[in-house]
Write a new protein. Structure first.
Length: 96
């Protein structure tokens, strides 16, 4: 039986709920890397780096690693970024 990460499953379900009625208007190129998608999502949130790190549940140093392209965000982290970008209220709830 294949192991499925519960956090990834939860984020996938939330992603489906948030985006199910939204026409894909974001224009990410099909060959976009996790780095380029991260850059678009990070800028789209409008959050300061420390607020963004807190909402993501990571350190400021980790966000700086992503921004410097020394470390790549995981698929689960990218899903959470998409949700935060699509609904800024999520980041406020995550930071409480």
């Amino acid at each position: 039986m294949e192991y499925k990460d519960p956090m990834s499953e939860l984020l996938s379900s939330l992603e489906y709920i948030v985006f199910k009625d939204v026409t894909k208007t974001a224009t990410l190129t099909p060959k976009s890397s996790a780095f380029s998608e991260f850059e678009q999502l990070r800028k789209g949130t409008g959050l300061k780096i420390d607020d963004f790190a807190r909402a993501m549940g990571v350190s400021v140093a980790m966000v700086q690693e992503w921004e410097s392209r020394r470390e790549k965000p995981s698929a689960t982290e990218l899903k959470l970024m998409r949700l935060i970008n699509a609904n800024p209220m999520i980041s406020k709830q995550l930071m409480e």
